[in-house]
Design a protein around this ligand. Sequence first.
Ligand SMILES: *Cc1c(COP(=O)(O)O)cnc(C)c1O
Length: 418
Amino acid sequence: MTAPVIGRGEARALDEEDELAAFRGRFVIDEAAPLYFDGNSLGRLPRSTPARLLQVVEEEWGRGLVGSWSFWMDRPRVVGDFLAEHLLGAGAGEVVVGDSTTVNFYKLVVAALEARPDRRVIVTDETNFPSDRYVLQGLAEQRGLELRLTTGDPGPAEIAAAVAGGDVALVTLSHVSFHSGAMLDLPAITAAAHAGRALILWDLSHAVGAVPVRLEEDGVDLAVGCAYKYLNGGPGAPAFTYVRRGLQEQLRQPIWGWFGAADQFAMGPNYRPAPGIDRFSVGTPPIVGLASVEEGAAMVAEAGVDRVRRKSLDLTDLAIGLFDEWLAPLGAELVTPRAIERRGSHLSFRHPDAWPICRALIENHRVVPDFREPDVLRFGFAPLYTRFVDAWDAIDRLREVLARREYEAFSSERSRVT
Ligand SMILES: *Cc1c(COP(=O)(O)O)cnc(C)c1O
């Protein structure tokens, strides 16, 4: 399953053969800066984005002013259709872009609960992303619902068991776990949820732009995801919402804003939801952010998700090979599953001193991973700009930190942002 350990020269040779190598030059990269392994948290800036933003700001806003609303109005759906076609395996009119992932998640959870009024249980995993768990906790408390937790990256059997009682309205999980890097079996879990007549909502934040997603083929009901990780849309970029076409008219979301209303500019006395995906919009769309999402996503689409995925697996294979050879004997544990069909595009390593190790990598070795409580070090391998030699160097430097116990010189006290 894992590649044999290779030398640095061989890693360089892999870069020479890499069919995606040229994409690196299309990002703003300071070659003197530390090696960056946080593209799964905040993707890099595409070189084309600043000019595009300047055009939106100076021409569309500066000169066009309110006249630009004639085409701005369609932007959330235009960018949504692009994501649907190239990155999500969905149809036109099934995806809209706007608001944050957390807000979109809230809207879809409430819509799902109201579509299953006789059911009082929501299923998620105890390791799911905190914002998702907190939204669910809030709704469970406000509505007197039960939040049923699976433990640690469930498979279809755990989900089948969780929905067996016929009381589950909604199952919601992350396709790729932010914590472990595990990729869940989306098609089989979707089928298991449906067998219990529950709706399913996937959070694709750590999946979109890194692994192939086929929402339509897999019969997914609902999905949300983030555009500032592997899509390189920039900090706080607007997020996407997917609702299967056949469900759209049955669902109502809880925030009745004018951008989700039918006949918006009639400004009538009462809210009526717009037909189709538009009803999941709320207020005035973030036009500047939509442009940067489009720039970032267009580059991933140009590379092609299947090629991105192949390189991602080659990068993580290389890192896992080096891990087994060098790091396992020094007390680190690989948390991410080894099976390629269960692995996303970042690797998580467990070590009791993960936080000071993270600090030592940044301060002493100019390698930027990140840390997640309580003891996990994450390395994101964003395939469009991460080289094989970067992966080799990062694991080599981690080996030095562990072998020389460099982390003992760093405090275990956490900083505000980890
Ligand atoms: C990054 C991420 C989010 C981000 O949500 P925001 O509303 O943008 O803060 C949500 N869910 C998951 C699973 C994530 O990885």
